[in-house]
Design a protein around this ligand. Structure first.
Ligand SMILES: Nc1ncnc2c1ncn2[C@@H]1O[C@H](COP(=O)(O)OP(=O)(O)O)[C@@H](O)[C@H]1O
Ligand SMILES: [Mg+2]
Length: 375
Protein backbone atom coordinates (compact mmCIF):
# COMPACT_ATOMS: atom_id res chain seq x y z
CA UNK A 1 0.00 0.00 0.00
CA UNK A 2 1.26 3.45 -0.87
CA UNK A 3 2.63 5.64 1.87
CA UNK A 4 0.94 8.74 0.52
CA UNK A 5 -1.48 9.84 3.26
CA UNK A 6 -3.78 11.70 0.88
CA UNK A 7 -6.12 9.00 -0.31
CA UNK A 8 -8.07 9.30 -3.54
CA UNK A 9 -10.57 6.54 -2.80
CA UNK A 10 -13.59 7.18 -0.56
CA UNK A 11 -12.14 5.63 2.58
CA UNK A 12 -9.18 3.67 3.86
CA UNK A 13 -8.83 4.21 7.58
CA UNK A 14 -9.82 6.61 10.33
CA UNK A 15 -6.40 8.26 10.56
CA UNK A 16 -6.46 9.21 6.86
CA UNK A 17 -10.00 10.54 7.05
CA UNK A 18 -10.57 14.14 8.03
CA UNK A 19 -13.11 14.90 10.73
CA UNK A 20 -16.84 14.27 10.08
CA UNK A 21 -17.09 13.41 13.77
CA UNK A 22 -20.27 15.37 14.18
CA UNK A 23 -21.95 13.75 11.18
CA UNK A 24 -20.75 10.36 12.37
CA UNK A 25 -22.33 10.90 15.79
CA UNK A 26 -25.56 12.00 14.14
CA UNK A 27 -25.64 8.89 11.97
CA UNK A 28 -24.99 6.66 14.99
CA UNK A 29 -27.77 8.42 16.88
CA UNK A 30 -30.20 7.87 14.03
CA UNK A 31 -29.35 4.18 13.85
CA UNK A 32 -29.63 3.67 17.59
CA UNK A 33 -33.02 5.32 17.58
CA UNK A 34 -34.43 3.46 14.64
CA UNK A 35 -34.46 6.30 12.12
CA UNK A 36 -33.75 5.92 8.43
CA UNK A 37 -31.55 8.62 6.95
CA UNK A 38 -31.34 10.54 3.70
CA UNK A 39 -27.88 11.94 3.08
CA UNK A 40 -27.43 14.53 0.37
CA UNK A 41 -24.44 16.47 -0.93
CA UNK A 42 -22.88 17.35 -4.26
CA UNK A 43 -20.67 14.70 -5.84
CA UNK A 44 -17.16 14.13 -4.56
CA UNK A 45 -17.68 15.82 -1.23
CA UNK A 46 -17.50 12.71 0.93
CA UNK A 47 -20.81 10.83 1.25
CA UNK A 48 -19.45 7.42 0.33
CA UNK A 49 -16.38 8.01 2.48
CA UNK A 50 -18.59 8.83 5.44
CA UNK A 51 -20.62 5.65 4.97
CA UNK A 52 -17.44 3.58 5.09
CA UNK A 53 -16.23 5.61 8.05
CA UNK A 54 -19.50 4.76 9.81
CA UNK A 55 -19.18 1.08 8.96
CA UNK A 56 -15.61 1.08 10.22
CA UNK A 57 -16.74 2.71 13.46
CA UNK A 58 -19.45 0.08 13.86
CA UNK A 59 -16.88 -2.64 13.38
CA UNK A 60 -14.21 -1.23 15.70
CA UNK A 61 -16.60 -0.34 18.51
CA UNK A 62 -18.41 -3.64 18.18
CA UNK A 63 -21.76 -1.91 17.69
CA UNK A 64 -24.38 -4.62 17.11
CA UNK A 65 -25.03 -4.08 13.41
CA UNK A 66 -24.35 -5.95 10.24
CA UNK A 67 -23.57 -3.50 7.43
CA UNK A 68 -24.41 -3.63 3.74
CA UNK A 69 -23.28 -1.12 1.12
CA UNK A 70 -24.87 -1.05 -2.33
CA UNK A 71 -23.93 1.48 -4.99
CA UNK A 72 -26.77 1.51 -7.49
CA UNK A 73 -25.39 4.14 -9.85
CA UNK A 74 -25.02 1.57 -12.66
CA UNK A 75 -28.51 0.10 -12.32
CA UNK A 76 -31.33 0.67 -14.78
CA UNK A 77 -33.97 -1.82 -13.65
CA UNK A 78 -35.38 -3.78 -10.74
CA UNK A 79 -33.37 -6.75 -11.96
CA UNK A 80 -30.13 -4.73 -11.76
CA UNK A 81 -31.13 -3.49 -8.32
CA UNK A 82 -31.70 -7.01 -7.01
CA UNK A 83 -28.38 -8.09 -8.44
CA UNK A 84 -26.43 -5.27 -6.83
CA UNK A 85 -28.17 -5.60 -3.48
CA UNK A 86 -27.83 -9.38 -3.32
CA UNK A 87 -24.17 -9.13 -4.29
CA UNK A 88 -23.68 -6.59 -1.54
CA UNK A 89 -25.32 -8.92 0.98
CA UNK A 90 -23.34 -11.94 -0.25
CA UNK A 91 -20.09 -9.96 -0.02
CA UNK A 92 -20.84 -9.13 3.59
CA UNK A 93 -21.80 -12.63 4.68
CA UNK A 94 -18.35 -14.04 4.05
CA UNK A 95 -18.89 -17.60 5.26
CA UNK A 96 -19.89 -20.14 2.63
CA UNK A 97 -22.74 -21.58 4.67
CA UNK A 98 -24.30 -18.18 5.32
CA UNK A 99 -24.13 -17.34 1.64
CA UNK A 100 -25.78 -20.63 0.74
CA UNK A 101 -28.63 -20.02 3.14
CA UNK A 102 -28.99 -16.54 1.67
CA UNK A 103 -29.23 -17.92 -1.86
CA UNK A 104 -31.75 -20.45 -0.66
CA UNK A 105 -33.84 -17.62 0.77
CA UNK A 106 -34.17 -16.11 -2.69
CA UNK A 107 -36.52 -18.88 -3.61
CA UNK A 108 -38.47 -17.12 -6.35
CA UNK A 109 -35.50 -17.15 -8.69
CA UNK A 110 -32.55 -19.37 -9.16
CA UNK A 111 -29.59 -17.14 -8.45
CA UNK A 112 -26.14 -18.35 -9.43
CA UNK A 113 -23.17 -17.47 -7.37
CA UNK A 114 -19.85 -16.89 -9.03
CA UNK A 115 -16.74 -14.87 -8.47
CA UNK A 116 -15.96 -11.66 -10.30
CA UNK A 117 -12.68 -12.32 -12.15
CA UNK A 118 -11.47 -8.75 -11.66
CA UNK A 119 -12.36 -8.00 -8.06
CA UNK A 120 -12.58 -11.52 -6.63
CA UNK A 121 -15.89 -10.52 -5.02
CA UNK A 122 -18.96 -12.75 -5.02
CA UNK A 123 -21.06 -12.17 -8.09
CA UNK A 124 -24.72 -13.05 -8.22
CA UNK A 125 -26.33 -13.66 -11.54
CA UNK A 126 -30.03 -14.23 -11.93
CA UNK A 127 -31.70 -16.04 -14.74
CA UNK A 128 -34.42 -14.19 -16.60
CA UNK A 129 -37.40 -13.62 -14.36
CA UNK A 130 -40.76 -11.95 -14.80
CA UNK A 131 -41.51 -8.68 -13.09
CA UNK A 132 -43.62 -10.51 -10.55
CA UNK A 133 -40.86 -12.99 -9.77
CA UNK A 134 -38.45 -10.12 -9.37
CA UNK A 135 -40.73 -8.38 -6.92
CA UNK A 136 -41.04 -11.56 -4.92
CA UNK A 137 -37.28 -11.93 -4.96
CA UNK A 138 -36.88 -8.42 -3.64
CA UNK A 139 -39.29 -9.33 -0.87
CA UNK A 140 -37.33 -12.53 -0.10
CA UNK A 141 -34.12 -10.57 -0.01
CA UNK A 142 -35.51 -8.02 2.41
CA UNK A 143 -37.10 -10.75 4.53
CA UNK A 144 -33.72 -12.42 4.77
CA UNK A 145 -32.36 -9.20 6.24
CA UNK A 146 -35.41 -8.80 8.48
CA UNK A 147 -34.77 -12.25 9.93
CA UNK A 148 -31.03 -11.78 10.24
CA UNK A 149 -29.79 -12.44 13.81
CA UNK A 150 -28.33 -8.92 14.04
CA UNK A 151 -29.78 -5.56 13.06
CA UNK A 152 -28.77 -4.63 9.55
CA UNK A 153 -27.79 -1.23 8.20
CA UNK A 154 -28.23 -0.96 4.46
CA UNK A 155 -26.67 2.04 2.72
CA UNK A 156 -27.92 2.60 -0.80
CA UNK A 157 -25.62 4.96 -2.66
CA UNK A 158 -26.78 7.16 -5.56
CA UNK A 159 -30.34 6.32 -4.60
CA UNK A 160 -31.87 8.87 -7.01
CA UNK A 161 -30.97 6.40 -9.75
CA UNK A 162 -34.17 4.42 -9.08
CA UNK A 163 -36.08 7.22 -10.81
CA UNK A 164 -34.42 6.12 -14.05
CA UNK A 165 -35.95 2.65 -14.00
CA UNK A 166 -38.33 2.23 -16.87
CA UNK A 167 -41.75 0.66 -16.73
CA UNK A 168 -42.23 0.54 -12.97
CA UNK A 169 -42.58 2.90 -10.06
CA UNK A 170 -39.58 1.64 -8.16
CA UNK A 171 -40.17 3.98 -5.25
CA UNK A 172 -43.62 2.52 -4.72
CA UNK A 173 -42.31 -1.03 -5.04
CA UNK A 174 -39.48 -0.47 -2.59
CA UNK A 175 -41.57 1.45 -0.12
CA UNK A 176 -44.17 -1.28 -0.04
CA UNK A 177 -41.61 -3.84 1.06
CA UNK A 178 -39.49 -1.61 3.25
CA UNK A 179 -42.08 0.01 5.46
CA UNK A 180 -42.78 -3.13 7.48
CA UNK A 181 -39.17 -3.92 8.27
CA UNK A 182 -38.03 -3.56 11.88
CA UNK A 183 -34.63 -5.14 11.77
CA UNK A 184 -33.24 -3.11 8.89
CA UNK A 185 -32.17 0.55 8.88
CA UNK A 186 -31.63 2.36 5.63
CA UNK A 187 -29.31 5.16 4.65
CA UNK A 188 -30.20 6.65 1.28
CA UNK A 189 -27.40 8.66 -0.30
CA UNK A 190 -27.63 10.88 -3.29
CA UNK A 191 -25.99 13.76 -5.11
CA UNK A 192 -28.89 15.01 -7.17
CA UNK A 193 -30.36 17.30 -4.61
CA UNK A 194 -33.48 18.22 -6.50
CA UNK A 195 -34.50 14.62 -7.18
CA UNK A 196 -33.59 13.43 -3.70
CA UNK A 197 -35.53 16.24 -2.04
CA UNK A 198 -38.52 15.47 -4.22
CA UNK A 199 -38.42 11.80 -3.23
CA UNK A 200 -38.46 12.50 0.49
CA UNK A 201 -40.34 15.78 0.89
CA UNK A 202 -43.03 15.65 -1.77
CA UNK A 203 -46.27 14.46 -0.20
CA UNK A 204 -47.06 12.49 -3.33
CA UNK A 205 -43.82 10.48 -3.26
CA UNK A 206 -43.89 7.02 -1.65
CA UNK A 207 -40.90 7.82 0.58
CA UNK A 208 -42.45 11.05 1.82
CA UNK A 209 -41.26 11.88 5.35
CA UNK A 210 -39.95 8.38 5.94
CA UNK A 211 -36.45 9.56 6.84
CA UNK A 212 -34.47 12.26 8.58
CA UNK A 213 -32.07 14.39 6.56
CA UNK A 214 -28.37 14.79 6.85
CA UNK A 215 -26.97 17.32 4.48
CA UNK A 216 -23.23 17.01 4.12
CA UNK A 217 -21.34 20.31 3.77
CA UNK A 218 -17.73 21.06 2.99
CA UNK A 219 -15.21 20.31 5.73
CA UNK A 220 -14.36 23.23 7.97
CA UNK A 221 -11.36 25.01 6.47
CA UNK A 222 -9.41 25.25 9.70
CA UNK A 223 -10.00 21.61 10.56
CA UNK A 224 -8.98 20.53 7.08
CA UNK A 225 -5.86 22.74 7.18
CA UNK A 226 -4.79 21.14 10.47
CA UNK A 227 -5.42 17.70 9.04
CA UNK A 228 -3.27 18.43 5.98
CA UNK A 229 -0.35 19.77 8.04
CA UNK A 230 -0.61 16.85 10.41
CA UNK A 231 -0.51 14.30 7.56
CA UNK A 232 2.68 15.82 6.17
CA UNK A 233 4.27 15.95 9.63
CA UNK A 234 3.44 12.36 10.43
CA UNK A 235 5.43 11.34 7.37
CA UNK A 236 8.39 13.52 8.31
CA UNK A 237 7.58 16.41 5.98
CA UNK A 238 6.55 19.94 6.66
CA UNK A 239 4.23 22.33 4.87
CA UNK A 240 3.70 26.01 5.69
CA UNK A 241 0.36 27.57 6.56
CA UNK A 242 0.47 29.77 3.46
CA UNK A 243 0.87 26.72 1.21
CA UNK A 244 -2.04 24.93 2.83
CA UNK A 245 -4.17 28.05 2.62
CA UNK A 246 -3.33 28.41 -1.06
CA UNK A 247 -4.28 24.79 -1.81
CA UNK A 248 -7.57 25.07 0.05
CA UNK A 249 -8.43 28.34 -1.63
CA UNK A 250 -7.54 27.04 -5.08
CA UNK A 251 -9.54 23.83 -4.58
CA UNK A 252 -12.38 25.72 -2.83
CA UNK A 253 -12.18 23.37 0.18
CA UNK A 254 -13.75 20.75 -2.04
CA UNK A 255 -12.58 17.42 -0.61
CA UNK A 256 -11.85 15.42 -3.71
CA UNK A 257 -9.93 18.23 -5.40
CA UNK A 258 -8.04 19.15 -2.25
CA UNK A 259 -7.01 15.52 -1.71
CA UNK A 260 -5.85 15.25 -5.28
CA UNK A 261 -3.62 18.33 -5.08
CA UNK A 262 -2.24 17.31 -1.67
CA UNK A 263 -1.56 13.81 -2.98
CA UNK A 264 0.60 15.23 -5.75
CA UNK A 265 2.32 17.81 -3.57
CA UNK A 266 3.22 15.07 -1.12
CA UNK A 267 4.60 12.94 -3.94
CA UNK A 268 6.92 15.51 -5.46
CA UNK A 269 8.06 17.48 -2.43
CA UNK A 270 11.20 16.99 -0.37
CA UNK A 271 11.18 17.38 3.43
CA UNK A 272 10.07 20.99 3.22
CA UNK A 273 7.23 21.79 0.81
CA UNK A 274 7.95 24.78 -1.44
CA UNK A 275 5.48 27.00 -3.26
CA UNK A 276 6.90 25.69 -6.55
CA UNK A 277 5.77 22.21 -5.53
CA UNK A 278 2.23 23.48 -5.16
CA UNK A 279 2.26 25.34 -8.47
CA UNK A 280 3.75 22.46 -10.39
CA UNK A 281 1.30 19.97 -8.83
CA UNK A 282 -1.58 22.13 -9.97
CA UNK A 283 -0.26 22.48 -13.48
CA UNK A 284 0.48 18.76 -13.66
CA UNK A 285 -3.10 17.96 -12.66
CA UNK A 286 -4.69 20.44 -15.08
CA UNK A 287 -2.49 19.08 -17.82
CA UNK A 288 -3.49 15.51 -17.18
CA UNK A 289 -7.18 16.44 -17.14
CA UNK A 290 -7.00 18.48 -20.33
CA UNK A 291 -8.06 15.70 -22.69
CA UNK A 292 -11.19 15.13 -20.65
CA UNK A 293 -12.04 18.80 -20.69
CA UNK A 294 -11.66 18.96 -24.46
CA UNK A 295 -13.93 15.97 -24.71
CA UNK A 296 -16.55 17.85 -22.73
CA UNK A 297 -16.16 20.77 -25.11
CA UNK A 298 -16.84 18.49 -28.06
CA UNK A 299 -19.98 17.13 -26.38
CA UNK A 300 -21.73 20.42 -25.66
CA UNK A 301 -22.71 23.34 -27.87
CA UNK A 302 -20.52 26.36 -28.42
CA UNK A 303 -22.82 28.63 -26.51
CA UNK A 304 -22.99 26.20 -23.59
CA UNK A 305 -19.18 26.15 -23.50
CA UNK A 306 -19.14 29.92 -23.58
CA UNK A 307 -21.56 30.05 -20.68
CA UNK A 308 -19.47 27.58 -18.73
CA UNK A 309 -16.42 29.74 -19.30
CA UNK A 310 -18.28 32.84 -18.20
CA UNK A 311 -19.30 31.16 -14.93
CA UNK A 312 -15.76 29.92 -14.38
CA UNK A 313 -14.38 33.41 -14.88
CA UNK A 314 -16.69 34.72 -12.19
CA UNK A 315 -16.13 31.79 -9.82
CA UNK A 316 -19.75 31.93 -8.70
CA UNK A 317 -22.65 33.72 -10.35
CA UNK A 318 -26.07 34.46 -8.90
CA UNK A 319 -27.48 36.97 -11.37
CA UNK A 320 -27.36 34.74 -14.41
CA UNK A 321 -29.72 36.93 -16.47
CA UNK A 322 -28.51 40.36 -15.36
CA UNK A 323 -27.54 42.63 -18.24
CA UNK A 324 -24.14 43.22 -16.64
CA UNK A 325 -23.34 39.50 -16.81
CA UNK A 326 -24.82 39.03 -20.30
CA UNK A 327 -22.96 42.01 -21.76
CA UNK A 328 -19.65 41.15 -20.11
CA UNK A 329 -19.59 37.70 -21.70
CA UNK A 330 -21.41 38.40 -24.95
CA UNK A 331 -24.40 36.18 -24.14
CA UNK A 332 -27.15 37.25 -26.59
CA UNK A 333 -30.21 37.18 -24.29
CA UNK A 334 -31.49 36.15 -20.91
CA UNK A 335 -33.46 33.32 -22.48
CA UNK A 336 -30.24 32.00 -24.02
CA UNK A 337 -28.62 32.19 -20.60
CA UNK A 338 -31.49 30.28 -19.00
CA UNK A 339 -31.53 27.67 -21.71
CA UNK A 340 -27.81 27.08 -21.41
CA UNK A 341 -27.74 26.98 -17.64
CA UNK A 342 -30.51 24.41 -17.66
CA UNK A 343 -28.64 22.20 -20.11
CA UNK A 344 -25.39 22.56 -18.16
CA UNK A 345 -27.12 21.64 -14.91
CA UNK A 346 -28.68 18.58 -16.47
CA UNK A 347 -25.26 17.45 -17.64
CA UNK A 348 -23.92 18.11 -14.15
CA UNK A 349 -21.39 20.58 -15.45
CA UNK A 350 -22.87 23.39 -13.41
CA UNK A 351 -23.86 23.18 -9.76
CA UNK A 352 -26.71 25.30 -8.43
CA UNK A 353 -26.72 25.96 -4.72
CA UNK A 354 -29.15 28.00 -2.67
CA UNK A 355 -27.65 30.98 -0.87
CA UNK A 356 -30.14 33.08 1.03
CA UNK A 357 -32.91 34.11 -1.34
CA UNK A 358 -30.71 33.44 -4.35
CA UNK A 359 -29.25 30.53 -6.21
CA UNK A 360 -25.56 30.63 -7.01
CA UNK A 361 -24.09 28.79 -9.93
CA UNK A 362 -20.58 27.45 -10.22
CA UNK A 363 -18.73 25.04 -12.49
CA UNK A 364 -19.26 21.69 -10.77
CA UNK A 365 -15.79 20.29 -11.38
CA UNK A 366 -13.30 22.57 -9.62
CA UNK A 367 -10.41 21.56 -11.90
CA UNK A 368 -12.50 22.34 -14.98
CA UNK A 369 -13.44 25.66 -13.44
CA UNK A 370 -9.79 26.55 -12.83
CA UNK A 371 -8.84 25.39 -16.30
CA UNK A 372 -11.52 27.55 -17.95
CA UNK A 373 -10.62 30.49 -15.81
CA UNK A 374 -7.03 30.57 -17.03
CA UNK A 375 -7.86 29.95 -20.71
N1 LIG B 1 -13.30 13.26 5.35
C1 LIG B 1 -12.45 13.07 4.33
N2 LIG B 1 -11.11 13.09 4.54
C2 LIG B 1 -10.26 12.93 3.52
N3 LIG B 1 -10.63 12.74 2.24
C3 LIG B 1 -11.95 12.71 1.98
C4 LIG B 1 -12.93 12.86 3.00
N4 LIG B 1 -14.15 12.78 2.43
C5 LIG B 1 -13.93 12.60 1.12
N5 LIG B 1 -12.64 12.54 0.83
C6 LIG B 1 -12.00 12.47 -0.49
O1 LIG B 1 -12.94 12.96 -1.43
C7 LIG B 1 -13.21 11.96 -2.41
C8 LIG B 1 -14.67 11.97 -2.73
O2 LIG B 1 -15.37 11.43 -1.65
P1 LIG B 1 -16.62 10.47 -1.85
O3 LIG B 1 -16.96 9.93 -0.51
O4 LIG B 1 -16.38 9.52 -2.94
O5 LIG B 1 -17.72 11.57 -2.31
P2 LIG B 1 -19.23 11.37 -2.72
O6 LIG B 1 -19.66 10.01 -2.32
O7 LIG B 1 -19.94 12.48 -2.00
O8 LIG B 1 -19.27 11.57 -4.22
C9 LIG B 1 -12.70 10.66 -1.85
O9 LIG B 1 -12.22 9.84 -2.86
C10 LIG B 1 -11.59 11.09 -0.92
O10 LIG B 1 -10.39 11.22 -1.65
MG1 LIG C 1 -20.24 8.54 -3.63
Amino acid sequence: MSDNPFILEPYRSKDLFCDRENELAQLMGHLENGRNVTMISPRRLGKTGLIFRLFDEIKTTGAPYETVYADISDTLSLEDFIKVLSQAVATQLKSQSKILSFLKALKSIRPLLGVDPFSGMPQVSIAFATNEQQQRTLEDLLMFLENYPQQVVVAIDEFQQIREYEGLNMEAVLRKHIQHLHNVRFIYCGSKKHTMANMFTNAKSPFYESTVFLSLEKLSETVYADFIKHQFERRGKSIGDEHVRYILEWTRDYTYYTQKVCNRVFEISAKQVRMEDVYSSISFILDSEKERFLEIRRLITRSQWKMLKAIASEGTVSQITSSAFLTKYGIPSSSAALRNIKALMEKELVLAEPSGQNVTYSVYNVFLSRYLEQM
